[in-house]
Every structure is written in structure tokens, then in C-alpha cells.
Design a protein around this ligand. Structure first.
Ligand code: CTP
Length: 406
């Protein structure tokens, strides 16, 4: 991830209460630090029985606060909360949830929360019986009502031999959910269809023609759209990165399968973003059994047949005749051209040829674009004018692309 510039750098308070999942809070702290934010840990006395202060100080790169009677001259019991942009409590024990619901301020964490107007994100962790206890259920309902964001808990193996609901959500998911709370919900109610990855065309049962797309930019777009409130469908062709939670996922193999899936899903999408690298050709024949060198000889010519252009088919109405009015269609163009002006000329011609509303252009090469966490793109509109530019990690590039669409 790139470090956000100073404006985007958040002051995040991570509250840790005393449950065994406190050891995983180190991952939460680290996630915010790696995302470039300024992290201040407020741990309860009980939390420090589970995880060491030096660990938290090393990872957060700031002192860890616990005691209500430390830093009194700086009025620390309220100043930490007042200056926070975001408060995340992970793990939140049943006791902490109860105290939060009642507004109890008998420790530094309670004071910090009460003194803050920042969004509060809480990741509960406890045994299933405690999570399902009517007292906890009522406390969680009160917190939700008050606008507190509850992340998890997940179901799974608990501390003892038991398993069930109550496991703290994974640190990366907590960080992502917490940062999403601060995003504008400017895609709320929108249905966004995204294709990602690269289609593969089989030659025989063990071989295929494919491309180097990892799907990372398409997945980042799906995450960004989801976090901004969209209802996302992701058509995934051979992703090399994990698919995001909270989106409707359909996997496809070939261009023909992707075509069918796009035709189906585009009928109910307000925005279609075609980030997948689509195989332009497929072998004329697909062998039923493995091709053998004895029959192929020293030279072997492969006859290929052109696949249809899905994007052009979509915009011309031949692929999916029933599309919602006003649907916005976004194409991608990955080009190896090194000269900036020549690259733009290629892209403008492609935007026109494909009839898209927007075209996202990026340069690819042996070392560029594919498989890296970063990207640099230029966004053109239908007329070929530059309407956006972004460079950075793929998630921030995804947000800049969505900014243009919004
Ligand atoms: N695309 C598509 N169907 C195809 C090929 C590409 O829908 N058969 C889409 C891609 O998803 C992408 C855009 O078209 O959004 C541009 O893909 P690209 O491979 O750059 O374009 P091509 O038409 O294949 O042009 P080129 O001759 O440069 O390969």
C-alpha cells in the first residue's frame, strides 16, 4: 500500500480489551500502520495480561496508554478521544460491550470513547454462549442503534475445544471494515458489475492459452465499490488474488463463459466495469486427450479463431439486449506502447471502437502492470478527453476510478 498523504493520514485509536483475541489486536494495529495511519493504542489493564506493552509500542510506534491517572496534566482521559479520527476496539469483550452500551467510564478506554465524536468500530470476541446471551444481544442492539459499527464476530474454533460464533473477525477484515466506515456511500443503491482476471482457452485437458492478468485491479475495484455502498457482482476469471467478501462472485473459465455471464448480469447493472483481460482468440480445435509430441512433431501450428469482443457487443446491444437505461460502461486498455502520446492515440481509437463511456488506460510490459501491487492509469471519456489520472496501490487507483464515475 502507498502511504496516504498528510491530509489522508488518520489518527486511529485502537482500543484493546482483555480477551484472548487481544494477541490478534497486534495485527489490527499493524494493518493501520501499514496503511500509513498514525495509531495510538489504549489497552485495558486486562488486555495487557494477554499481550505485551512493548509489542504494541513497537508495532504502533507510539506509547500505549492504559492508566486513567497518567498524563493528567495533558487531560489525557479526554484528549485521546477528542483528537481521534476513528476508534476501533478489537477485541471487544462482553464486559466491554456492556460498558460501552451503558456509557461507563471507569477506565481510560471508556473515557476515550465518551470524549470522542469519531466513528466507533467494535470487533466483539467471546464464547458463543456469551455472544448469544440476551444481555449481550441487547447491548449490541443498543450500540448498533447508536451508530456503532460492529465487525464480526466470525464463527469458528474458539479458545477451548469448542467452536461457534464469537471468534474475532480477522485483523485485515477489521482494518478494511473500519476504514470503509469513513468512505462516502456515494454508490449506495447502485448495482455494479465488474469482470476481473484473465480468461483461458483450453487446448487440451491440461493446457490453455491465457494471459498474465492477476485480477488484482478488478478485485480492488470490487472492494472499493462495495465499501462505497454498491451491490457488486464480480465475474472472476482465474484470480491470483483472494476474492473479496461481500460481493456476489461468479467464476468463469473461457471468453464464451464470460460472455454468457456478462450478458446475464449486465441486464441488472447500473455500471459495468470490464477489467478482465479477455482472450481474443481460441484454438479452433480442443483435443479431448493430451496432445502428444509424437503426433505434433518438431513444429506445430495452432489455428486460432477470433473471439467476439464482449465490450463492443455490450455497447452495441448485441450481447445483452436488455440493459437498464443510462447504464455506464467502462472498458480497460492495457498497452505496451512506451510513448505517452502514441499510447493516448491508441486508447482514444479503442474507446471509440468499443463505444464505451469511459476507458481506463494503463501501460503494461514485462515488468509493469501485471502481478504488482501498484498501477498507474489515465481515464478517458467517450470523446477521448482525459477525465482522471491516478497512480498508487491498486485500491487507491480503484477509488480514483470510481470518483470519476460517481
Ligand atoms: N475485451 C472484451 N472482449 C474481447 C477483448 C477485450 O470485452 N474479446 C475488453 C476488455 O475487457 C477490456 C477492453 O475490451 O475492457 C480492452 O481490451 P484489450 O485487450 O486492450 O483490447 P482488444 O480489443 O483486445 O485490442 P488489442 O487489439 O489491443 O488487443
Amino acid at each position: 500500500m502507498t502511504r496516504p498523504d498528510d491530509d489522508a493520514r488518520l489518527r486511529v485509536v485502537v482500543g484493546i480489551s482483555g480477551g484472548i483475541a487481544a494477541y490478534k489486536a497486534v495485527g489490527v494495529v499493524r494493518g493501520f500502520v501499514l496503511a500509513g495511519h498514525d495509531v495510538h493504542v489504549v489497552a485495558t489493564e486486562a488486555a495487557l495480561r494477554f499481550v505485551g506493552r512493548p509489542t504494541l509500542e513497537a508495532i504502533s510506534r507510539n506509547p500505549v496508554w492504559t492508566d486513567l491517572y497518567e498524563g493528567v496534566a495533558e487531560v489525557r482521559h479526554v484528549s485521546i478521544g477528542q483528537s481521534a479520527d476513528l476508534i476501533v476496539i478489537a477485541p471487544a469483550t462482553a464486559n466491554t460491550l456492556a460498558k460501552l452500551a451503558a456509557g461507563i467510564a471507569d477506565d481510560l478506554l471508556g473515557n476515550t470513547v465518551l470524549a470522542s465524536s469519531a466513528p466507533l468500530v467494535v470487533a466483539p470476541a467471546m464464547h458463543t454462549e456469551m455472544w448469544e446471551n440476551p444481555a449481550t444481544v441487547a447491548n449490541v442492539a443498543v450500540l448498533r442503534e447508536r451508530g456503532v459499527h460492529i465487525v464480526g464476530p466470525a464463527s469458528g474454533r474458539l479458545t477451548g475445544q469448542d467452536s461457534g460464533a464469537g471468534r474475532m473477525a480477522e485483523p485485515d477484515d477489521i482494518v478494511a471494515a473500519a476504514l470503509a466506515v469513513l468512505l462516502p456511500q456515494d454508490l449506495a443503491g447502485r448495482r455494479v458489475l465488474i469482470t476481473a482476471g484473465g480468461t483461458r482457452e483450453p487446448l487440451d485437458p491440461v493446457r490453455f492459452l491465457g494471459n498474465r492478468s492477476s485480477g488484482a485491479q478488478g478485485v480492488a475495484l470490487a472492494e472499493a465499490a462495495r465499501d462505497r455502498g454498491a451491490q457488486v457482482t464480480l465475474l472472476a476469471a482465474h484470480l491470483e488474488v483472494p476474492a473479496p467478501h461481500g460481493v456476489a462472485l461468479r467464476t468463469v473459465e473461457t471468453t464464451a463463459e464470460l460472455a454468457a455471464a456478462v450478458a446475464d448480469a449486465a441486464a441488472e447493472a447500473d455500471i459495468v466495469i470490464m477489467a478482465a483481460a479477455v482472450a481474443d482468440y481460441r484454438p479452433a480445435e480442443v483435443a479431448d486427450s493430451k496432445l502428444k509430441k509424437e503426433s505434433m512433431g518438431d513444429e506445430f501450428a495452432l489455428r486460432l479463431i477470433r473471439n467476439p469482443d464482449l465490450l463492443a457487443g455490450l455497447t452495441s446491444g448485441t450481447l445483452a439486449p436488455r440493459r437498464p437505461g443510462g447504464q455506464v460502461v467502462v472498458g480497460f486498455a492495457a498497452e505496451t506502447e512506451q510513448d505517452d502520446q502514441a499510447l493516448l492515440a491508441l486508447a482514444r481509437a479503442k474507446a471509440e471502437r468499443k463505444g464505451v463511456d469511459y476507458l481506463v488506460v494503463n501501460r503494461v510490459g514485462w515488468q509493469e502492470g501485471f502481478g504488482t501491487g501498484r498501477n498507474a492509469v489515465t481515464v478517458l471519456d467517450r470523446a477521448g478527453s482525459i477525465v482522471g489520472e491516478a497512480a498508487g496501490d491498486k485500491l487507491s487507483v480503484a477509488h480514483r476510478i470510481l470518483d470519476v464515475l460517481v
